[in-house]
Write a protein that binds this ligand. Sequence first.
Ligand SMILES: [Zn+2]
Length: 125
Amino acid sequence: MTDSKFATAINCIDGRTQTPVSDWIKEKYSVNYVDMITEPGCDKVVCGRDQNILDKIKSKALISINAHKSSLVAVAGHHDCAGNPVSKEEHLEQIKKCVETIKSWNLPIETVGLWVNEKSEIEQV
Ligand SMILES: [Zn+2]
């Protein structure tokens, strides 16, 4: 279908986060495209208990993995998140839990947690 390399990101709907997350993954993991799965305050959602929404996110990730041979799934939280207005420390704890949750899905690829700070820079969690 394509020789392009893909990764997958679970990210906030916030328009300030998508370019920094996408650019960081492209550079760090040498991929051409980043498939974006968005939920408001996705770090809160992915470490939460709503199995219905978790199943939807997982099925979206599987489309990216199966169709695009994605090599990585990233989950990101960010500064000044309207969907999840908690402290940075709490975000970082949530992101760590998100990574564990996603690992429990047994996807055949690497999982990484990201924090988008107040300067729109990426910090690996
Ligand atoms: Zn947000």
